[in-house]
Each structure stands twice: as C-alpha cells, then as structure tokens.
Design a protein around this ligand. Structure first.
Ligand SMILES: Nc1nc2c(ncn2[C@@H]2O[C@H](COP(=O)(O)OP(=O)(O)OP(=O)(O)O)[C@@H](O)[C@H]2O)c(=O)[nH]1
Length: 654
C-alpha cells in the first residue's frame, strides 16, 4: 500500500485534486504560470507521438487479482517504467481517499495511459487498476468492457484465492486474453511453482506464459510490458466512421460538471463536436477531450480504440444523466450507429437506516450524503423517520464493505456524527395476483394479520459463495455454511491440499459477519467471493423490539424464522445494558410476528430522589430543573420511556 501513486489519483475527488499537483510530473502537465510554455511544448510532443501510433499498436488492459495481491503496487511500477511517474517519487505524493489509505483497499477503478517503445515502435497502453473486493465487482466488470486483456496477478505466497477465481471467470466470460503474473516472488514464503501449478490446474492457463515478478522491489517487472504487447490483442475500430463511444465511468467536478471516462469504439471526438446520448437523448457540445496521464491531460482528439475523458461546455450538471454503459454519437449520426449493449446497473443489496446523533445536524448531514453520492451512484438514499431516532435516511449499498467505507467517509471527510443500524437485506413479496414487490424497509413488512391475504409468497436474496481454503479447514467451513442455511453445490481439490468450496447461501446470513466467522475458523487462510444467485422462497418474519409495549421502529428487521429467537435474545440483553433505570419498570421484548421470543425487565428506582428536596429550597430546585432540561435535549421518548440517544448508539454499535 505504501507509496502507491496510481491508486492515489484523486481524479474523482475534486477536493484532493490540488494536492496531487505537488508532484513533479503534475507540475509539468498542469498549468502554473511559470511553466505554461513548457507544459504546452510537452503536451504537443506527447500528442504528436500519440497521433503517429496506429490502432494496431494500442493495448487496453486491466490488472485484476484477489485483494492485496499487489495490483496497485504493480501499476505504480509500470507507470514508472513508462515514465508516466517518477521513480521513487511516490512516497512524497501519496494522496488518496483517507478511507482507502487506512483500510489498504482500492474502492474505485483508476485508469492511465502510457507510451511504451517496444522493438523501436511506439505503443499506446491503457491500464486500469481495479478494486479487488467483491463489493466493487461492478467496477471490475465495467473496466473489462474497455479492455482487450488482463494481467491476472497471483500472490506467490498465497496462491489462487476466491477472488482470483471470480475475476478469472468474469474475464473469461467477456473473452479477455489473460496474462498470468506471479507476484511477491521476493517473499521468503513465496512458492512460485505451486502458484504456477494452481493456475494451470484451475484455469488451464499456460504456466510458460506467466511472468514472475516482485512489484515491490521491481524484480523482472520490465518483462511484463513486452508480454502485454505480444499477447493482448489490439482494439478494433474504424476512426473514419461515425462516432460510437461507450460511457465507462463518470465523476463530478465542481467547475467542469460531470466528467465522462469513455472508450471510443468507432470514429473520433474533438472539442466543439455536437454529440448526443442514446439513453437520455440529451445533446451536448464537447468542451474538452483528453487522456489520463496520469491526471487529466487535454488532447485535440480521441480516436477509435482509445480510452480517455471528455466533458461538455456547458457542463453536464446532473450526475444522473451520465448513465454508465450509455452510447454517444455525433448529432445527425443516430441512425448510422448501433447502441452498445451497456451494463447492468449494480443493485444495492445491503440496507441500513441512518440518523444524525443530533437532529439539528440533519441538513448538514444530508449535504454530506449528497456530496458522496455524487461520485458513487450505486448508493441508494431515501428519507426515513423514526419515532425513536428522529428524521434520517434509509441507505442501500452493494455490500457490507461498501457500507462501512461510506460510513467512514461521512465521519472522516464530513465530520458527521451518525447512528447507523446493522445491515439488513431486502426481501420480495409476491402478492396474490403474482405482482412482485421488493422491499428494503422492515417497517413495510405486512402486519401478521394481513400476511395471508396480502402475500402469496415471501422471498429472500441468495448468493453463490466461492470459498477457497487449505483442506485441513474443510470440515469446520462446511459446518459453518450448513449452520448458515447453506446448500453445497461444488467441492473441488485444485492442488493436493487446496479446496474450492461452493455454497448457495442466503445473503442475510452472509452480511451477519459470515466473513469474520470464516476468517476466525480458518486462522485467516480462507478467502471468500460471491455472486448474485437470485431470489428463493423464504420463511421470514418481522422481528421487533418493544419497550413497554411500544415498538422501537428503527430497530425492526426481517429475519428467517430459525434466527428470530437468537437475534431477539441478543437484542433484549444488549438493550438492557444501555438503558438507564427509571422511576418505573421497563419491559423490553423481542417480538417475532405475534410471538414474544425474548424478554428482559429493568427494575425501577426504589426511592424518589426528588422527595428529599425541601419546598423552600428554590435555587436548588431551579438548578435541578435546568439540569433536567439540559438532559432532556439528549433524550428521546419511546412511549412513556425516555431513552438517552447514547443508549441507541451503544445498542446499535457493532
Ligand atoms: N513483499 C512484497 N510485497 C508486495 C509486493 N507487491 C505488493 N506488496 C505488498 O502487498 C500489499 C498489498 O499491495 P497492493 O498493491 O495494495 O494490493 P492490491 O491488490 O492493489 O490491493 P486491493 O486494491 O485492496 O485489492 C502492500 O503492503 C504491498 O506493499 C511484492 O512484490 N512483494
């Protein structure tokens, strides 16, 4: 992670962009008054070099791997090799989202163009560094659409892991050429022959084509680019035909509006062109086109086969108008150009309710949420209000990591103080007429009395989980999967001691810290990946927390019948820990449907402390009343029970 420049590119994150200009490279390529002439000269030389490269010498490729196998470190080395960034200069210019740095994960795919001279000829390489974590798989899948091949990186000490398998099949299904790369060969625990055997056994990839490197120390990295040039096919596309471009990604810039990352399939695009979107029908005048080198570097034209950015003049204001997967063409060519197949929008599958700790911060928090959502449109936001916690939002995410990254960004970048409920998954109601309704808010679950005439069937989402692990943990992992309502679909030994296990699991079980339990059971040796497996009939029920017979709406959740008692017991025990004793008895109940599945009681105070106050002691009485008034501000009422906000925070904390 340290010194990773490429991942640090803050192109989507306007606030950070200026910091990136501290790099020598960025100074050269971005205007400061002193260097203006020099910048113009360098850009024009770069442009001339690019103009002389025919499409047959373009190579668009991405780097895919399991989490932490070294994608970003390798990207840095390739950028250094091609002179895009300076050698060893990365440490000073380290700059990226706080959350990415702290967690050591890539959240957004980043792209960069490189020029590489191979056997006396210039090649234009376009590289995409993709996130490894399963929650951000849509980023990887979209990146593939602009690429002809991929470097499949495998850590020599860990070998093939779950996300290596998932990335391989995704790339394979999209017809990409794969170049295997065995990384971290410098580690004492590296076992390159085993990793080579695994890629041969599991993916039928030729081990002789694999390149063995150490991205960290740079060993043999120079052998990679010749392999890219020789093995990855050039894109095809006629630059003389009408424009046909695919919108791969977008981000928001406060000054320029929405900036689009595009792959040109046919024709060319220049500033001043009048273009139109197939999805929205909106027409725009192109303001600027350019390449990521590694920051936005304007060019006079982008042509077939290239990946670059464009923005409009006047700028695109609404980020919803930039539909990832959309096709654009020149106005007047609409009938001559076929729309590209596009992408399926990723659907949020994990939902939480979020509330400001202090209701007076509601508007500030709403602004912060909207700002993050501008650059992350996979987040679903809907207003919600709770009797206990006030006004807030229901937020939907691609997975639990996506959710906690969002939460961290709210806290770190916007200083938000927020209460977030544990993640839950949506459920589907099929009504008696066969109409399907997907519901993400447990409070919309039909009342028990209405269930039989409002619902024909209830369904919950399932995933197909791929788990890899050393054979010695197989028994324990099978037990864990079965205990989480899993159904085994495959068990394969891919070396004499490594196993790939596939299970269909309810997503609700997976978000309930399944990965944490798996890691614990296997001492961290197991890896997990999953993909959507559709909806299955489910025996689910609404579980509610009642305090003195009044439901605490923010806490309600929908769960499987078999889990209701366990969760209910956890709830009442935890809630009791966080609620202060009061003047009367408090009864806390967990109720599933009509059944009370757990109960705790908080006994009242024995003495009335106010009784001791002397009637004439007015100043003390006033002091007490003021203190009480102050305290009340922090309190929320649930029926007749007044509960401190901190109790909710404590109760809802993981
Ligand atoms: N010893 C050694 N460590 C390496 C090598 N390549 C990467 N690392 C280390 O492995 C860790 C993960 O590297 P990254 O480049 O962040 O991995 P990544 O695949 O981009 O991670 P994600 O994007 O989060 O999936 C970092 O601590 C790197 O310094 C290598 O060749 N040798």
């Amino acid at each position: 992670m340290q010194g990773c420049f490429f991942r640090a590119l803050p192109r989507r994150f306007g606030a950070c962009a200026n910091k990136a200009l501290k790099t020598d490279h960025a100074r050269l390529f971005h205007t400061t008054p002193v260097r203006l002439a020099q910048v113009a000269k360098l850009r024009s030389e770069l442009e001339k070099r690019i103009a002389a490269i025919p499409i047959e010498r373009f190579r668009n490729f991405c780097i895919v791997a399991h989490v932490d196998h070294g994608k970003s470190t390798l990207s840095d080395r390739l950028l250094e090799l091609t002179g895009v960034i300076e050698k060893g200069g990365n440490a000073q210019i380290l700059d990226k989202l706080d959350v990415e740095r702290e967690r050591g994960i890539t959240v957004k795919a980043q792209t960069c163009t490189m020029l590489y001279n191979h056997k006396g000829l210039d090649y234009m390489l376009h590289l995409v560094d993709t996130p490894g974590h399963v929650d951000f798989r849509a980023e990887v899948s979209r990146s593939y659409a602009s690429c002809g091949g991929a470097l499949l990186v495998v850590d020599a000490s860990q070998g093939v892991q779950a996300q290596t398998v998932a990335n391989f099949y995704l790339a394979f299904s999209q017809g990409l050429t794969l170049v295997p790369v065995i990384n971290k060969i410098d580690l004492p625990t590296a076992d390159a022959p085993r990793a080579l055997e695994q890629i041969k056994d599991t993916f039928e990839l030729d081990p002789n084509k694999a390149v063995l490197v150490s991205a960290k120390s740079g060993i043999n990295v120079e052998a990679l680019l010749p392999s890219v040039v020789e093995n990855i096919p050039a894109p095809v596309g006629d630059e003389t035909k009408p424009l046909r471009l695919l919108l791969v990604d977008s981000w928001y810039d406060n000054y320029k509006g929405v900036i689009l990352l595009v792959r040109i399939f046919q024709g060319q695009v220049k500033p001043g062109d009048h273009v139109t979107s197939f999805a929205t029908g909106i027409k725009y005048h192109v303001g600027e086109v350019g390449i990521m080198y590694p920051l936005q570097t304007p060019m006079t034209v982008l042509r077939a086969g290239q990946v670059g950015y464009i923005y409009f003049n006047p700028g695109m204001k609404r980020s919803q108008d930039a539909k990832v997967g959309d096709t654009y063409t020149t106005v007047g060519s609409e009938k001559l150009v076929e729309m590209l197949p596009g992408f399926e929008e990723p659907k949020p599958m994990v939902f939480v309710a979020a509330f400001p700790v202090d209701q007076s911060n509601y508007e500030h928090l709403e602004d912060s949420i909207n700002q993050i959502v501008l650059n992350d449109r996979s987040v679903y936001v809907q207003k919600e209000s709770s009797e206990a916690l006030g006004a807030g939002w229901r937020l939907g995410f691609l997975g639990t990591l996506h959710c906690s990254v969002f939460e961290d960004r709210l806290r770190q970048e916007h200083g938000a103080s927020i209460i977030i409920t544990p993640p839950s998954v949506p459920f589907k109601i099929i009504d008696p007429k066969g109409k399907e309704i997907i519901v993400s808010n447990p409070n919309d679950f039909p009342e028990t009395d209405a269930l039989h005439h409002k619902v024909q069937e209830l369904q919950e989402p399932y995933v197909l989980a791929t788990i890899t692990m050393p054979e010695e943990y197989l028994g324990k992992v099978i037990e864990l999967c079965e205990g989480n309502r899993g159904v085994q679909t495959e068990l394969t030994f891919f070396t004499s001691i490594q196993v790939i296990l596939k299970y269909e699991l309810p997503l609700a079980q997976l978000v309930d810290d399944f990965f944490g339990k798996l890691k614990g059971l296997t001492k961290g040796y197991a890896s997990l990946d999953y993909e959507d497996a559709g909806w299955r009939k489910a025996n689910i029920i609404k579980l509610q927390l009642h305090v003195n017979k009044i439901p605490v709406d923010a806490v309600a959740r929908v769960c499987h019948h078999s889990q209701a008692e366990r969760i209910g017991k956890q709830w009442v025990t935890k809630f009791k820990e966080h609620v202060d004793r009061q003047m009367f008895e408090i009864v806390i109940q967990a109720i599933a449907g009509r059944r009370i599945v757990a109960r705790e009681t908080i006994k009242p105070f024995r003495k009335d402390v106010l009784a001791k106050l002397h009637a004439a002691d007015t100043s003390r009485r006033r002091k007490l009343l003021e203190r009480q008034k102050e305290g009340r501000k922090k309190l929320r009422a649930v029926g007749n029970v007044v509960i401190d906000q901190k109790a909710f925070q404590g109760f809802l904390a993981k």
